[in-house]
Design a binder for this molecule. Structure first.
Ligand code: F6R
Length: 244
């Protein structure tokens, strides 16, 4: 629990920078699982600052984002590919082709194969060293809505009504929010060697308390993280208010 989201974000960015440098020193490359939304933007801002001011390089680092709306063109205003370009990728020095976001334009009949390929690409890169997560008010991680199984893999899902309501302002009305998305599964996320879930603000306090102190349940996908060997919830004071 940090006094503010700014301090918490700086601590998470420092851990990511350390991971990148340690892996490189050992002759390898870090593999990062990334999230979109309002929560991780402070981490991305700090990573850009570390790149510009402290020489942190992303060359060789590979990234895999959690999710993307379906249908969604990569250059559309609300696309998660565009979000990542604008908030991180365009400002640092990733090698071409090393950043991955699920394809929101895959025809539905091809999504199973596309999702299987995404999983293969993660494995070929060596598996996720660190997965960054936010948490939705439904308890989702990625877009693993209530009912998602612990062993679920990357797949096409239906978004929860509450998730679509929370996205309404981005789409100028709830009716414009896509009904489906591709998301890494809970099982995909749980295979990351290290997991950092971040949450800011009082609006997240009830779901954070349910995920951390409630039972492990498919009703709150983030509760599955209780059994991960190296997962940390990084909170500001407000998001921690429901914890006993
Ligand atoms: C985003 C994602 C989602 C968000 C969650 C919280 O890639 O997978 O699980 O992390 O919906 O969103 P914000 O951060 O906007 O509150």
């Amino acid at each position: 629990i940090h006094p503010s989201s700014a301090e918490a974000s700086a601590a998470v960015a420092a851990e990511i920078a350390q991971l990148i440098r340690t892996k490189r020193a050992a002759g390898g490359n870090a593999v990062l699982g990334l999230a979109t939304g309002s929560t991780p933007t402070g981490v991305y801002d700090e990573l850009i600052r570390l790149h510009r001011e402290e020489g942190l390089s992303f060359k060789g680092v590979k990234t895999f984002n959690l999710d993307e709306y379906v249908p969604m063109a990569p250059d559309a205003l609300q696309s998660y590919r565009r979000f990542m370009d604008e908030h991180l990728f365009d400002h640092v020095d990733f090698d071409e082709g090393d950043t991955h976001v699920p394809d929101g334009l895959l025809p539905v009949e091809d999504t199973a194969a596309g999702c299987a390929r995404y999983e293969e690409q993660i494995q070929e890169a060596g598996g996720l060293d660190l997965q960054l997560l936010g948490i939705g008010r439904t308890g989702h991680i990625g877009f693993n809505e209530p009912g998602s199984g612990k062993d679920s893999r990357t797949r096409l899902i239906w978004l929860d009504r509450l998730t679509r309501a929370d996205a309404a302002s981005d789409f100028f009305g709830a009716e414009n929010v896509p009904r489906r998305a591709i998301t890494m599964g809970v099982g995909t996320i749980m295979e990351a060697k290290r997991i950092v879930l971040m949450a800011w603000g009082e609006g997240k306090a009830p779901v954070v308390a349910a995920a951390v102190e409630g039972p492990e349940t498919p009703a709150v996908a983030a509760s599955y993280l209780q059994t991960h060997p190296n997962a940390t919830f990084v909170l500001d004071e407000a998001a921690s208010a429901g914890l006993t």
